[in-house]
Design a protein around this ligand. Structure first.
Ligand code: CAO
Length: 445
């Protein structure tokens, strides 16, 4: 039988990550792709799977160890015909993907919103929650469960795990949240802070309506997938925290579309198809350079201006919305951007995007142009400060000073953070985009 070293694969932007969970032990028989350990950086947690099936002979890491790409996780006696060479775990990690930014740590506002909402219904008599048996070190839960808890602001250490060895499942988190929402229990923080009788109505929110839909007709209940849950929590925070405004405008892309079609004809054999989105990425980079506040982030009372232009684009995948990132879009041509976009969109649909491919965007474009619609109000992908929504171009009658002429018009919807950007700047940004898309030679100016 071959002995195989399973190593930490490429983990994207992270140099060193901490081992926070050991999911196997010596003597365990494991399958290929089975998760072995969980590692966590300050931005994301991910499970390191095994490339090979076999029996664990030796664990080379322990809780709290720092590991990086190439660190040996364990030694396996491989089952089947496996060459006795060091094997690397596959690069498609089970990293928790997010819309826009990497999975964030506890989201204080969402958490406090939940707390405020629930305390409205927590009666003074609600007992402080009695957590399950104390666990040594971290509570026993998978990364996705841990993140789910963080997104809801649920203190994991107070949740009683009902799985084997007290493992906390998503059901346990949901049950805990329901209890808190129903006022049947309180978190320790609530018990400590909320004075008896506090209604916590600081936000003026009433509890979420609880309806027994089955009373009105047949229903089917399906739990949301992981990506939807993660993106939902991020979207909620961003929608609530950002004073966002959306400006709608149209760009005349009649000539640009003709150029796109002819470019695709010329490049038919290359296999790279250019869509309007690639031009939009380039046009946005020009806009971001001219109006740098759109390429910034808020950091307390400071605005951080970024001198790099990484553009995220929303991709619709069977698992939910994902935002791969084209890095250094300012240094790339339309064909390269198109090619990378095609590759990243495919990886997103196949669930194979790595953390590095989903992080670092300075601005995002959400294009529904291939589907339809006129305008919409995209939600900003924090910590970015603006996002461009694009819908389907249509032929429209445009007055040229003498007569109405048919022109291909592209609807643009720019949502911006009013803390950083003013309405006039947003109107200028959109107008500038329109100029560039109307005459793409302006990109060179
Ligand atoms: N107007 C008219 N037609 C457009 C267009 C536009 N603005 N944008 C794209 N099209 C056309 C393309 O030219 C292509 O036409 P052909 O098939 O005739 O060549 C067709 O629509 C399909 O394009 P596409 O969607 O495959 O390619 P894309 O580069 O425009 O977009 C991607 C790629 C990954 C962004 C897209 O597939 C996608 O996932 N879009 C959804 C994004 C989303 O969900 N946003 C909402 C986020 S908020 O919930």
């Amino acid at each position: 039988m071959a002995l195989v070293e399973v190593k930490v694969p490429d983990i994207g932007d992270f140099d060193e990550v901490a081992v926070i969970e050991l999911m196997v032990k010596v003597g365990d028989t494991i399958k290929a792709e089975q998760s072995l350990i969980t590692v966590e950086s300050d931005k994301a947690a991910m499970e390191i799977p095994s490339s090979t099936a076999g029996v664990v002979k030796e664990l080379r890491v322990k809780l709290g160890d720092k590991v990086k790409q190439g660190s040996v996780v364990l030694v396996l006696e491989a089952s089947g015909a496996v060459a006795a060479v060091a094997a690397e775990a596959p690069t498609a990690l089970a990293a928790a993907p997010v819309v826009a930014a990497p999975v964030v740590e506890a989201q204080p506002f969402v958490a406090s919103l939940v707390a405020a909402t629930v305390s409205a219904s927590v009666s003074a008599a609600a007992p402080a929650h009695n957590p399950g048996a104390p666990t040594l070190g971290l509570p026993h839960a998978s990364p996705s469960v841990r993140k789910f808890a963080r997104e809801l602001g649920v203190p994991l250490e107070e949740v009683k795990g009902n799985g084997p060895k007290g493992r906390i499942s998503q059901d346990d988190i949901q049950a805990f949240t329901k209890d808190v929402m129903a006022g049947a229990t309180q978190t320790k923080a609530q018990a400590a802070k909320a004075p008896a009788g506090s209604d916590g109505a600081a936000l003026g929110l009433i509890p979420w309506p609880k309806v027994d839909f089955a009373k009105f007709g047949p229903i089917e209940r399906k739990e949301m997938g992981r990506i939807k849950k993660i993106s939902g929590a991020n979207l909620l925070r961003n929608a609530i925290m950002i004073p966002a405004v959306t400006n709608h405008d149209d760009a005349d892309i009649t000539e640009l579309e003709a150029f796109r079609v002819s470019t695709n004809k010329e490049n038919e054999k290359s296999g790279v198809k250019v869509t309007m989105l690639a031009f939009l990425i380039k046009a946005c980079v020009a806009g971001l350079k001219k109006y740098p506040e759109f390429n910034s982030s808020l950091d307390g009372d400071a605005i951080v201006y970024k001198n790099y232009w990484h553009i995220g684009f929303a991709a619709d995948t069977p698992n939910g919305l994902m935002v791969p990132v084209i890095r250094d879009a300012d240094k790339k041509g339309i064909l390269q951007i198109s090619q990378e976009m095609g590759e990243l969109a495919k990886k997103a649909r196949d669930g194979k995007l790595g953390p590095a491919e989903m992080t670092g965007a300075t601005f995002t474009i959400s294009s529904l142009g291939g589907i339809g619609g006129k305008y919409f109000t995209p939600i900003i992908n924090a910590p970015e400060v603006a996002i461009l929504g694009v819908c389907k171009s249509t032929q429209e009658p445009v007055w040229d000073g003498k007569q109405f002429v048919p022109r291909l018009m592209l609807p643009l919807s720019l949502t911006w953070d009013h803390r950083v950007i003013d309405g006039a700047a947003a109107a200028r940004f959109n107008a500038y985009l329109g100029q560039i898309l109307g005459d793409f030679r302006r990109v060179l100016l």
